[in-house]
Design a protein around this ligand. Structure first.
Ligand SMILES: [Mn+2]
Length: 433
């Protein structure tokens, strides 16, 4: 009786099974690793690009809140006339010919290394939103998201979600923040007008969204809500570009994107009484307590235009901060630099030049002007020269202590200049001035 011998093929089969198992485990491990590293990789660029021009990871409806200009893009103090400038341009609203006229008047030169930043609202209202975006891309320009870009991108997102890009369905489900929101005491007539405006706005946004190429939409979607320009000079401090404005006392990282894109005024604790931000500066006794109460939680963005311009409050608080800094002297180390905000969005007010806030929407959309705020290096000897104002036809509401500002700025090697072109002349098709 012989025990049957094990089939000869078996060990081989076992070997094959073992090899198969090992292979499967390796394959699974590799798959897990790949998936994990993909996740890792998707996180890394987000962090890395946070401090540079954001890439296309930003979504249509959830914009990147904050991005920074690379330090190399800042103008060099005392660099002289051949040195690159920083050119910040107000709300273009599709007026490509006005933009080109302004670039010509400013003497924009890509070869020199000029850097262009838009304050948002490059699109809608005017005839060529896509052309304006193309020009920005050509120049390697920077921009922030304005309420109109936001509206257009949201409209596109909504159309995609519905899958009905051809139908101009007039349903109103969106709760986007309109430029003029409802107040408590709004009459029915006003409500109706507001609704009509909102409706018109959505229709326009859909039209613009459809007119843009996917590359143009992607570029717009990747723009941050707040662009940190950086330390331009000790005179200007840290320059920040936004479309609407900022709420004082809230760090940039904690600002509400919808507020930043839409704000015009703030309701302050004493809005109902005769509040004056300047009183903070002049009234020494109540100075500290009142300044503190302003910088914390008492300032609320208004939905309409009631209260005080946010820029006026911002300016008063920055002045106050600098005054405190100079009182401390050198004892407490390096004083905190001021923050100067450059913004658009307020065409109704027009150009508004304050020490620490520049409003440069001069209403190009309605036949006003298109304005650029140019930061340019002075020559080594420029502190001696007398910088001249190139635009005499612009009505600016300057602060009372602005007279020496240009000389004071020039001492630190960078000065600013406002340059405007008429948007009415562009529309008629006349020659660029
Ligand atoms: Mn706007």
């Amino acid at each position: 009786m012989g025990r049957p011998e094990p089939p000869p093929a078996r060990p081989q089969r076992r070997r094959i099974t073992t090899a198969g198992a090992v292979f499967t485990i390796l394959l699974l491990a590799l798959l897990c690793y790949t998936r994990y590293s993909e996740k890792l990789l998707s996180v890394v660029p987000t962090i890395m690009t946070q401090d540079t021009q954001p890439q296309f990871h930003a979504s249509l409806t959830k914009p990147t809140l904050l991005a920074s200009l690379p330090p190399s893009a800042l103008p060099k103090p005392h660099g002289g006339p051949k040195s690159p400038r920083l050119i910040i341009i107000g709300d273009v609203h599709g007026q490509l010919s006005a933009l080109d006229a302004l670039l010509a008047k400013v003497g924009y030169s890509g070869a020199r290394g000029d850097v262009v930043i838009f304050t948002g609202d490059m699109v809608n209202k005017g005839p060529d939103s896509g052309g304006v975006v193309d020009r920005a891309v050509e120049m390697g320009a920077y921009s922030v998201r304005g309420n109109h870009e936001d509206r257009v991108l949201r409209a596109w997102d909504e159309m995609q979600a519905k899958g009905s890009m051809d139908t101009d369905s007039e349903t109103e489900t969106e709760t986007d923040v309109a430029e003029e929101a409802e107040g408590d005491v709004e009459t029915e007539k006003k409500k109706h007008k507001h609704k009509h405006k909102h409706h018109k706005g959505k229709k326009e946004a859909r039209k613009t969204a459809k007119s843009l190429t996917s590359a143009q939409r992607s570029w717009l979607a990747a723009r941050p809500v707040i662009l940190r320009v950086g330390a331009v000079s000790p005179y200007y401090g840290d320059v920040v570009v936004v479309h609407g404005g900022l709420v004082p006392g809230i760090p940039l990282e904690k600002q509400d994107p919808q507020v930043v894109m839409n704000i015009r005024t703030l309701i302050t604790p004493s809005s109902s009484t005769s509040f004056s931000p300047e009183s903070l500066v002049s009234d020494n006794d109540s100075l500290d307590s009142s300044a503190d109460s302003f910088s914390h939680s008492h300032l609320k963005p208004s939905e309409g235009r009631e209260g005080h311009p946010w820029s006026k409050v911002w300016n008063a608080l920055e002045k106050e901060k600098q005054k405190k800094n100079s009182k401390k002297g050198g004892r407490h180390g390096t004083p905190e630099p001021p923050t100067t905000v450059v913004y658009g969005h307020d065409a109704k007010t027009g150009l508004s030049v304050r020490r620490y806030a520049f409003g440069i929407d001069s209403n190009c959309a309605r036949g006003g002007e298109l304005t650029a705020l140019v930061f340019e290096p002075t020559s080594a000897s420029a502190a001696m020269s007398n910088p001249s104002d190139t635009n005499t036809n612009i009505n600016t509401n300057k602060d009372e202590d602005e007279d020496d500002s240009e000389l004071a700025a020039a001492r630190h090697g960078i000065k600013h200049r406002l340059v405007s072109v008429s948007c009415r002349a562009q529309r008629i098709g006349g020659r660029h001035v």
